[in-house]
Design a protein around this ligand. Structure first.
Ligand code: CAA
Length: 295
């Protein structure tokens, strides 16, 4: 297995391309427009620089890794040699179903088709292809070059052989893969999102302020980020859509998204990506300032 195609060059897609290229794989990075690809390659180069600066990669290794990434704006051309395709496009069911129908048509018959979805059913995605046994979830965590986990999601029809192959390839990237079954939220988000939602309820009900809630979890539970900062980092819209998948999938009111989260997303305050969520973000600054709307 040598040729990897990554669909989508946003935060997750460029991180996945980065890691595969670093570990010697040939990567086709596919997006619909050239400016998105240019931006992704610049981000990957900058993230390699962090590794060079701390001595975990040499300048030559950085150059060679970047040289293994080829950008494509055509899906058909980008996947025609693929052994493994990893889809990291928008977290939207219809977009993913359309993409997987095309991947099934354009990629080699034996290629494994993986999705980096954080909550959409792998079984449903696999059902629109003629190879549901070769459709699987490879859920990387942000920032991909740093986080050690790959949650490997076995759809209802995914074969054990394909699952074993994906577990093995994830280990070759220096990651620790964990095999889980395909139920709403899998494991990571079934546990993470109710915690984030509860933190938002704690704020909404006036139990404590933003910094207080985050400090309790950072210093009390040794989390690297508090749950509200983490929600901003993931994207409040993404958190909301995952909570809706849990709520619909289990029909249990305990997963109902906090009305404050719904309002923030509807008003366009989606966290780091829009410059404001629970905190305000200034490009290039690491300062964390509580959003003025909560003063
Ligand atoms: N690429 C390469 N290296 C990176 C990087 C990137 N994109 N981002 C950070 N790093 C490196 C830095 O260079 C630094 O390396 P050294 O310690 O070796 O110098 C290290 O990571 C730490 O970075 P910083 O010093 O900039 O900042 P930090 O110490 O505050 O850590 C963090 C940043 C790693 C993001 C940390 O805050 C963290 O672990 N946060 C929690 C992240 C998390 O929970 N992610 C999962 C989100 S859920 C998800 O992704 C899936 C989903 O379905 C929702």
């Amino acid at each position: 297995m040598n040729n990897i195609s990554v669909i989508g060059s946003g935060t997750m897609g460029n991180g996945i391309a980065h890691v595969f290229a670093q570990y010697g794989y040939k990567v086709s990075l596919i997006d619909i427009n050239q400016p998105a690809l240019d931006k992704a390659l610049a981000t990957i180069s900058k993230n390699f620089d962090r590794q060079v600066a701390k001595g975990s990669l040499t300048e030559e290794e950085k150059k060679a890794s970047l040289g293994r990434i080829q950008p494509f704006t055509s899906l058909k051309e980008g996947v025609q040699q693929a052994d493994l395709v990893i889809e990291a496009a928008t977290e939207n069911l219809q977009v993913k179903l359309d993409l997987f129908r095309q991947l099934d048509e354009f990629s080699p018959e034996n290629a494994i088709l993986a999705s980096n979805t954080s909550s959409i059913s792998i079984t449903k995605i696999g059902s629109v292809t003629k190879r549901p046994d070769k459709v699987i979830g490879m859920h990387f965590m942000n920032p991909v070059p740093v986080m050690k986990l790959v949650e490997v999601i076995k759809g209802y029809a995914t074969s054990q052989e394909i699952t074993d192959t994906v577990m093995e390839i994830s280990s070759k990237l220096g990651k620790t893969p964990v095999e889980v079954n395909d139920y709403p939220g899998f494991v990571a988000n079934r546990i993470l999102m109710p915690m984030i939602n509860e933190a938002i309820y704690t704020l909404f009900e006036g139990v404590a302020g933003i910094e207080e809630i985050d400090t309790v979890m950072k210093l009390g539970m040794a989390h690297p980020m508090g749950p509200l900062q983490l929600a901003d980092f993931i994207g409040l819209d993404v958190c909301l859509s995952i909570l809706r998948v849990l709520h619909d999938g289990f029909g249990n009111p305990k997963y109902a998204p906090c009305p404050l989260l719904v309002n923030m997303v509807e008003a366009g305050y989606k966290g780091v990506k829009t410059g404001e969520g629970f905190y305000e973000y200034t490009p290039g600054s690491k300062d964390l300032k509580v959003s003025r709307r909560f003063h």
